[in-house]
Write a protein that binds this ligand. Structure first.
Ligand SMILES: Cc1cc2nc3c(=O)[nH]c(=O)nc-3n(C[C@H](O)[C@H](O)[C@H](O)COP(=O)(O)O)c2cc1C
Ligand SMILES: [Fe+2]
Ligand SMILES: [Fe+2]
Length: 396
């Protein structure tokens, strides 16, 4: 059954929600599902903005058919070759033979890599600034390499003032019948999933995102249509401001993320004690047990918050793994410019803090708070004071 929605009179959303996929990119949990967005422009000539994941192929193809309502498909614009948007390209071309694939030269190479000789392609290769007139709508192509693949381009509809933004401004979370961010309680319900998407999928590419934002700043944008999540027609400055913060690794707010890795709970109890002290200082604090909360989720929180408390037990001479993995994720995603307090635990030879410090020092502009608190199994009486000092130095 098809399910299309109008973005405007002549622009139709033909994407699909996916609630069944457990892990996005086979790694990031999807508690609220995900949407693959795709859009048909109905003009003198018709164009499809990207295809969709193989998991939703039937719905997607039915939606395209419904939107076209018997018309021919003239163009499919491929902004990005990651399979979540391109795996159904072959099926689309089979169904609409003669459709012209509009893409850049790098994308064309990738299409052949993914489909080998299975596709008979008619391509129109575009480069930065090229335009394609559909009649009324005139599309302009903007190269945004490494947001988050090398061949990514965005498409600006100069007539309707729409930025088709590829994966930028995308989010986890299915649409569930909504289309526009202003139709939902975005800040309370969707923002954290957009942040988690950004941190994990795009987070590493702050500089390329900055370059894309600079290009976007020169356009008169009224609507942003990403490949995942809601469409933006209001509060664009809010959205752009989030991207400005995330892509420069600037915290959104003064807040503390306390994350701990603890086998038997002793390190966790000390971390929670610090959280209590910080709360009494009127600082917003969130506490995460890294054995329970996914690192991808905590990474999103680290993009939001200004301060961190990292507490880890020593495990076979190393940082207890859930914390080591978080630190490696932070390195991999370019986290920088945070103030961090460290707590370690060990019953005979605590080693975690030194190793956490080494990993933190490989990140840019991380400020490590003195004192580092070293626990032997549980907090001793005279260490209560050290913990108070750690909290106040962190926020100093
Ligand atoms: C499998 C295992 C390996 C450990 N390896 C070390 C170690 O190499 N050095 C050390 O000082 N303590 C080591 N410990 C002890 C813990 O770090 C220590 O008991 C700590 O208090 C545990 O805190 P937790 O209750 O937060 O798990 C190990 C504990 C376990 C269970
Ligand atoms: Fe992608
Ligand atoms: Fe995507």
């Amino acid at each position: 059954m098809s399910n299309t929605k109008n973005v405007m009179d002549d622009i139709v959303w033909v994407g699909a929600d996916d609630h069944r996929l457990e892990l996005f990119e086979n790694i990031y949990p999807l508690p609220d599902g995900v949407s693959y967005n795709s859009y048909v422009i109905l003009d003198e000539q018709t164009a499809l903005m990207d295809t969709a994941d193989i998991a939703v192929a039937d719905t997607f193809l039915a939606n395209v058919e419904t939107a076209l309502n018997g018309r021919r498909l003239d163009y499919v614009i491929v902004q990005h070759m990651e399979p979540d948007h391109s795996a159904t390209l072959g099926a689309l071309i089979d169904k609409y033979p003669g459709v012209v694939v509009v893409c850049n030269a790098k994308t064309e190479v990738m299409i052949h890599q993914f489909f080998r000789n299975d596709l008979v392609l008619k391509t129109k290769i575009v480069k930065e600034g090229d335009v394609l007139s559909l009649g009324h709508h005139v599309l302009q192509f903007i190269m945004t390499p490494m947001v988050h693949w090398p061949e990514v381009m965005m498409t600006y509809d100069t007539t309707a003032h729409i930025l088709f933004s590829a994966d930028a401004f995308g989010a986890f979370g299915a649409l569930n019948g909504a289309m526009f961010a202003d139709e939902v309680d975005f800040k309370d319900t969707y923002l954290s999933e957009m942040r988690r998407y950004y941190a994990n999928i795009v987070g590493k590419y702050g500089m390329p995102v900055q370059a894309a934002l600079k290009k976007a700043a020169g356009l008169d944008i009224h609507l942003i249509c990403p490949l995942h999540g809601l469409v933006w027609r209001e509060e664009l400055p809010f959205l752009l401001d989030k991207y400005e913060h995330w892509s420069t690794y600037t915290p959104e707010e003064k807040a503390v993320v306390v994350a701990y890795a603890s086998m038997y709970g002793n390190t966790g109890r000390v971390a929670t004690k610090v959280a209590e002290k910080l709360s009494k200082m009127d600082v917003p604090v969130c506490v995460y047990d890294l054995s329970h909360t996914g690192r991808d989720f905590v990474l999103g929180e680290i993009f939001r918050a200004s301060h961190l408390v990292l507490a880890a037990a020593t495990h076979d001479g190393n940082i207890f793994e859930p914390m080591e993995y978080l630190l490696r994720d932070m390195i991999a995603h370019g986290v920088q410019g945070r103030k961090v307090a460290l707590i370690e635990n060990g019953s005979w030879a605590p080693m975690a803090a030194k190793q956490m410090q080494t990993l933190l020092e490989s990140m840019k502009d991380m400020q490590i708070v003195i004192p580092i608190v070293s626990i032997k199994s549980t907090l001793s009486e005279n260490q209560e004071e050290d913990l108070t000092k750690l909290a106040s130095e962190l926020m100093a």
